[in-house]
Design a protein around this ligand. Structure first.
Ligand code: HPA
Ligand code: ZN
Length: 339
């Protein structure tokens, strides 16, 4: 049997589904709460971790938005982002496309630029010091109104060159993609690419809406697509990528256990599946841990691991020549490994 731990360590990785607010480790949360004199309902790191037992997406989001209250200054956003990049470098992540949720912060009176500048400074430092390339994706909170999303888009327009795409996250059921058709029209007109969370808890119909109305380039999660065979055929034909987050799906009870996750079925269907960590500080593992646990639980083989690693670069928004360069580094890892 191949040494899967080493193989996964060695894999050059691209991470395409990562909420920067979801990388706030309890230790940093406590440190920032002290530094900024913000009250949080926990007395210790242990208490914070104990609170991380979720029954569905909403039960997580309530705690996730409360935790973000410790983030106030440009330095805080820098520290948060740089800590993630160091962790990602340890997992051999070479490229990352990071979500941020400006409304979580502007709602609390933090300026859009404070958030963007802090994250952007860290991404530049990550490129220089760690060799990780990156793009930023602005996510609209779908539980808020379309008007609120449009106002947030207006705030982003002067910073177009620092934001590659817009996306849609937060509470899915009851907030279909169609609610944001006008916002996404305007975003695409302004030159942003588009993605959306769809088919995590919501039905396959939301995936269709995201494709048809929001003209998305990737689906975040998308695991419920298998309930609609015609939709799967379309996703396979067009090779629309799915950014799947296995440990997140188990923590939020989309699947009861990792052994029951449908990732292998998605791959078998010919879908362009990728593995990502979503909110690693809350869900028990960064991208490497997602690879290791999923590999073991589903018995993934060498060929499937190579496919997953290749898919992530192919599904990225990098220019074609950079994708080709990364694919060669992935393939080099598999040279001489017997499948
Ligand atoms: N789904 C929806 N919203 C989110 C998620 C997620 O997995 N993570 C952070 N915000
Ligand atoms: Zn997500």
């Amino acid at each position: 049997m191949p040494d899967f731990i080493k193989l996964i360590d060695d894999l050059p990785k691209a991470e395409l589904h990562l909420h920067i607010e979801g990388t706030l480790e309890p230790e940093l949360m406590m440190r920032l709460a002290r530094r900024n004199k913000v009250r949080i309902p926990y007395r210790s790191v242990g208490e914070v971790r104990q609170a991380y037992a979720f029954s569905n997406l909403q039960s997580f989001l309530d705690i996730y938005y409360a935790g973000a209250a410790v983030l106030l200054t440009r330095q805080d956003f820098f520290d948060l982002t740089y800590a993630y990049l160091e962790r990602a470098a340890a997992d051999n992540v070479r490229h990352v496309e990071i979500f941020f949720d400006p409304q979580t912060h502007t709602e609390r009176g933090i300026a859009f630029e404070v958030v963007l500048d802090g994250i952007h400074d860290a991404l530049q430092a990550g490129q220089q010091n760690l060799g990780i390339s990156s793009y930023l994706i602005l996510c609209f909170l779908r539980h808020l109104s379309a008007d609120d999303a449009m106002a947030t888009l207006e705030l982003a327009l002067p910073h177009r060159e620092r934001i590659r795409a817009v996306g849609l996250d937060s509470s899915e059921v009851g907030h279909p993609p169609s609610k944001f058709t006008n916002v996404f029209d305007r975003a695409r007109d302004a030159g942003f690419l588009t993605v959306a969370h769809a088919g995590e808890e919501g039905p396959p119909e939301y995936i269709r809406e995201a494709l048809d109305l929001l003209k998305i380039r990737r689906i975040d999660h998308g695991v419920r697509c298998l309930e609609d065979t015609q939709l799967v055929a379309h996703l396979v034909d067009e090779q629309i990528p799915l950014t799947v987050c296995p440990l997140s799906n188990v923590k939020l009870c989309v699947f009861d256990k990792l052994e029951e996750h449908n990732l292998a079925s998605l791959l078998d269907a010919g879908l362009c599946v990728t593995i990502n960590s979503d909110d690693p500080a809350y869900f028990g593992g960064y991208i490497g841990e997602n690879f290791r646990q999923t590999r073991k639980a589903l018995g993934l083989n060498v060929t499937q691991l190579q496919l997953l690693a290749r898919n992530a670069f192919k599904a990225s928004f990098l220019p074609q020549e950079q994708i080709a360069r990364h694919l060669r580094t992935v393939d080099a890892v598999f040279d001489g490994i017997v499948a």
